[in-house]
Design a protein. Sequence first.
Length: 187
Amino acid sequence: MKPGLPVSDTLYGAMMERNPRFDGILYVGIVSTGIVCYPSCRSRLPRRHNIRVFTSMRAALEAGFRPCKRCRPDSPAGQPPDAELVRKAETFIRDNFSAPMTLDSMARALNVSPYHLQRVFKRATLQSPAQRLREIRLMKARELLAEGRATVGEVAARAGFHSPSYFAARFQEAFGMTPSAFREKED
């Protein structure tokens, strides 16, 4: 196996934290196993002297390493599997924001456990699926209020909020004014 670049303290720290910031930029070959991974791979952390760093997947393959089956650094999208789950969750939330939705129902629709969905989504987006859902609902409500044709209660229902009072409280929390005040400001 050909040698790669040296392992920096920053990279090794990111590997210990399972931080994805170097994923797709650097690839780590593990000499003891012959496997190449993303730096954030969830597999056991190798000893530092067993790591070789590469700037491309191709270079790691040419050096004799084979792709990890866990983090799949050779995937066509060039992203770790978690990125695909986050993309599917985002799409599901956007397509179904007005329907009643819980973490369990989202997880069931995406065929993963609620715990896994929560953990992966929050790690990738820095917000929970519920926070993202509320954000999308509030943005839709703001659009509907700006149009000015529906009542506040109708806007709440169309945006997926279960009650007008809950909607009004969340809207004021997010935008610093009531839905009615927002509508008046937009007119």
